[in-house]
Design a binder for this molecule. Structure first.
Ligand SMILES: [Zn+2]
Length: 563
């Protein structure tokens, strides 16, 4: 069945509430462990249905933010979100009080109850209205950024459409297009500050209403993190400063030589004088190549990607009215994932495709997991699947980049490593923001600039006014939409680099370990999945240092002037 043919419905909240009452009664009156387990599976089936429809509504709107019907469906699902949490909260409360708790834990693993206990700590009927407000504010951000109309050289672009100019080989084009981007942000900075200010204060209030000091602890629980906390994360960020920032400094020097420039400014985002490598061919051609690639990589990926193509489970190319960014979503009722992206003719199109295909492949591989909560792992683990897939597909990159393949690889590795300090900066910033919910927008911007000087000491904005005021973080949608979802990329990148190394040493074993953790889905926590993959835990001393050593040795060996 094609995506457009998948049945979609609006869920009726009152019907759900009544149905849940019946389940609760059955659950409480159950006279055996098996009876209770069956009720849990019935509820699970209902939840799968709800999550599928909500995901479809959200996706359809992302595909065309000007479609009024799609907007109405998404608004509907947004509006019932807190009610649905309340309904499932009632059932979860009964599960943690079950007299068969030990047996349930034995059947589905310890994570089953840990997940439920964590989820219970993030909700109380008292915060229901505030959750609705939070969703509205998130939507305001999407509406504002997705609707950006930027005039550049007499033509109108959205934020993604303007992207290719930022990596143009002509410095003037790069600078002027970035100026156009920042001009838009500068004109909207007050509105963006206002949305964020409300979000921070609201999240703080939600947290204190639930009995926490501030939003940080709650934010971690919302991310489902059960086996590490802010201290481990702070220590990991410190390791990035110590081990990665110096290597990135060296890369900046190298880039100056490659580009033949005395000094690098923020708008010198390209990696090669002639411009960054570009995928060769139309999007349709690239997808055909990707299909051939996934057939060669393994049987599992071949079947998976054929299905994605045949069932039209991808919307890849940028167009007017599409929400910016790339993501993978899923419809658990139908055992299907979906990939959304905004191809704009840059090398990023290929990394976003392999990245999101990694997420989708994992989610499809774990479709036989018994519980909805076990389909997806927590995000720092999920990003291992996606970022490692970017590396597992390396042997086929010539299909997309032809004579520019080595350039792509150099850029990919150098870029992935250089990303780590940025990722840590975004994370550090958010910790500060939620520790200081009363800070003014101006103080926030100043804090961002202070952190930039630690993590990104070589950034020079030249005379670009807007980023010099410290407002550049407003373009990072995670900061608004999914607080604390960012360090995940740096933890996962550290693991993905390990898969990259492993794949060079023993590709069969590396692939087997990868498929194993894909199938495990969310049945284990982050640290346990890392162990299952046979990787070192990023928090452990020496892990990042080893990885960086290996990566920088590889980078040292490449003479980019010969690429
Ligand atoms: Zn991802």
């Amino acid at each position: 069945m094609k995506y457009s043919e998948l049945p979609y419905e609006r869920i009726d909240v009152e019907k759900r509430r009544n149905l849940m009452k019946e389940y609760l009664e059955k659950f409480s009156n159950a006279e055996s462990f098996n009876e209770q387990a069956n009720v849990i599976l019935d509820v699970n089936k209902q939840n799968k249905e709800y999550h599928s429809y909500a995901a479809m509504a959200s996706l359809n709107f992302s595909r065309n933010i000007y479609d009024e019907d799609a907007k109405a469906e998404k608004d509907y699902y947004d509006s019932i979100g807190p009610d649905m949490i309340e309904i499932s909260d009632l059932f979860e409360k009964a599960v943690v009080q079950s007299k068969y708790k030990d047996e349930l834990s034995k059947k589905w693993g310890e994570k089953f109850l840990i997940d439920i206990e964590t989820s219970l700590k993030t909700f109380d009927p008292k915060i229901k209205e505030m959750l609705k407000e939070e969703t509205d504010l998130r939507n305001e951000y999407t509406k504002l950024t997705a609707g950006a109309k930027i005039t550049y050289k007499g033509k109108e672009y959205n934020l993604a459409g303007l992207g290719p100019f930022h990596s143009n080989e002509d410095r003037n084009v790069r600078k002027a297009s970035i100026e156009a981007r920042f001009h838009w942000f500068s004109e909207n900075s007050e509105a963006l500050d206002d949305i964020y200010d409300k979000l921070v204060k609201l999240r703080h209030k939600i947290a204190t209403t639930l009995g926490y000091d501030n939003f940080i602890e709650l934010g971690y629980m919302r991310m489902g993190r059960s086996d590490y906390g802010p201290n481990e994360v702070a220590n990991f960020r410190k390791q990035i400063v110590n081990h990665v920032v110096p290597v990135v400094k060296k890369l900046v020097q190298k880039k100056k030589d490659i580009l033949g420039l005395d000094h690098l400014y923020f708008y010198d985002g390209i990696n090669f004088k002639e411009g960054d490598p570009k995928p060769k061919g139309s999007p349709d051609h690239l997808i055909k190549e990707a299909q051939a690639m996934y057939r060669e990589l393994s049987n599992e990926t071949g079947d998976f990607f054929d299905m994605m193509v045949e069932e039209e489970l991808m919307d890849l190319v940028n167009r007017e009215g599409k929400r910016p960014g790339g993501f993978c979503t899923s419809f658990p009722k139908y055992d299907r994932p979906y990939i959304f992206s905004n191809f704009n003719g840059t090398d990023h199109d290929i990394t976003v495709l392999t990245h999101e295909a990694g997420h989708a492949f994992q989610c499809y591989s774990s479709r036989n997991q018994p519980l909805l909560g076990y389909l997806w792992p927590t995000m720092e683990a999920a990003e291992i699947h996606s970022m490692s897939m970017e590396f597992f597909t390396w042997p086929w990159m010539h299909k997309f980049f032809k004579e520019e393949t080595d350039r792509f690889k150099y850029k990919h590795i150098a870029g992935s490593l250089s990303f780590l300090p940025y990722g840590a900066c975004v994370d550090h910033f958010q910790h500060w923001v939620y520790e200081n919910p009363e800070a003014t927008p101006k103080e926030r911007n100043q804090r961002w600039l202070d952190l930039e000087s630690i993590y990104l000491p070589d950034r020079d904005y030249d005379d670009l006014h807007f980023p010099k005021t410290g407002g550049i973080w407003q373009g990072q949608l995670h900061i608004y939409q999914m607080p604390f979802y960012y360090i995940d990329y740096t933890l996962a990148q550290t693991c993905a680099f390990q898969f990259w190394i492993k794949n060079q040493q023993d590709s069969e074993k590396a692939w087997k370990d990868y498929v194993n953790i894909c199938k495990a889905g969310g049945s284990k926590s982050f640290t346990k999945l890392v162990a299952l993959a046979g990787l070192k835990l990023p928090f452990d001393d020496g892990c990042l240092e080893d990885v960086v050593e290996h990566v920088s040795k590889w980078l040292d060996k490449v003479d980019p002037n010969k690429l």
